[in-house]
Design a protein around this ligand. Structure first.
Ligand code: KMH
Ligand code: ZN
Length: 312
């Protein structure tokens, strides 16, 4: 059977890692955009964007920074820009969605459940820190709640609908798939949906083949295989193996320094494009083709014109 082209997303910088962990992690708007453009040239149809403070790399929510990043990307390539509404640890939900609401990008992430989000194991004792904020950012995550209540999810969904932004649903565990299925059953969220299965966050499901199969089985059972497409992001060193498994299962893939700083065991990646090049090579060697932005656009369906309220 002919296989559909695989959509490669590159998550360029995120808010998990800090500048001291890798020289390659971009944090100025220019560097974030340039790495996104290079990732697009290497095969990424979608670039997933967070902003950071250009002075010290801390996660930032200022729409002006997002605008600088997005306009530089769009001036040089046709890739789909996906703006995060997950933001970073110290941001309120309002701050997290500010850039999306202001800029109405082509697509945004929407996180499907409140959860623990532990990045404190990354605060290695022998790490030299370039900036004061880095160590507390990591260590304080042992008391951080990543807030995504039903009301938050509904509010973000409705607002994004109103501005015509498509949505990628981030599911970090089987319960998040169930929550998405509930919204679909209530006819609040329309199918088909595009799900990003996010594996390996401490507080969510682990990064393993069994976990991916469990997420897919849950989505098949509760949402129906014909009603969704999926991609796999793995916050772990197994990013590339799980990407290959995702493609084998008919899914799409996400790589990038947001989730994983490495290109091989104990070898830091030199750029986002290096990871994109490697995953494209692996996928092509396995007989897959890589989706262009136009082919990806056909998979990312628009959201419904209007959504009912949560309690109706
Ligand atoms: N950093 C990932 C584990 C978002 O931006 O909305 C999750 C993520 C969420 O990408
Ligand atoms: Zn993100």
């Amino acid at each position: 059977m002919p296989r559909d082209p695989v959509i490669v997303t590159c998550a360029v910088t995120g808010s998990i890692h800090t500048p001291s962990m890798s020289m390659a992690l971009p944090y100025t708007p220019e560097d974030i955009a340039d790495q996104a453009i290079a990732a697009a040239e290497a095969g990424a149809a979608i670039v997933h964007i967070h902003a950071r403070d250009p002075e010290d790399g801390r996660p930032a929510s200022d729409p002006i920074l997002f605008r600088q990043i997005i306009s530089r990307i769009q001036s040089q390539c046709d890739s789909i820009v996906n703006v995060s509404t997950g933001g970073g640890q110290v941001m309120s939900v309002e701050e997290r969605v500010r850039a999306a609401h202001t800029l109405a990008p082509e697509i945004c992430s929407l996180n499907m459940g409140t959860m623990n989000f532990g990045i404190f194991p990354l605060a290695r004792k022998d790490q030299q820190w370039k900036f004061d904020w880095e160590r507390p950012h990591l260590e304080n995550s042992d008391d951080f709640v990543f807030r995504n209540t039903f009301r938050d999810i509904h509010g973000i969904y409705v607002n994004l609908n109103e501005i015509g932004t498509k949505i990628e649903f981030e599911c970090y565990d089987v319960g998040h798939v169930r929550t998405l299925a509930w919204f679909i059953d209530q006819k609040i969220i329309e199918t088909p949906v595009f799900i990003q299965f996010v594996l390996g966050v401490l507080g969510g499901i682990e990064a393993s083949p069994e976990a991916l199969l469990a997420l897919k089985a849950t989505a098949d059972r509760l949402i129906g295989a014909e009603n969704y497409r999926f991609s796999v992001a793995s916050a772990s060193r197994d990013q590339l193996s799980l990407a290959a498994l995702s493609a084998l299962l008919g899914g799409h893939v996400r790589v990038g320094l947001e989730d994983n700083l490495y290109i091989a065991p104990r070898v830091l990646a030199t750029s986002n494009a290096e990871q994109v090049t490697k995953v494209c090579r692996i996928l092509q060697d396995l007989g897959h083709t890589i989706a262009s932005p136009q082919q990806a656009r056909a998979v990312l369906t628009p959201t419904a014109a209007s959504a009912p309220s949560l309690s109706s």
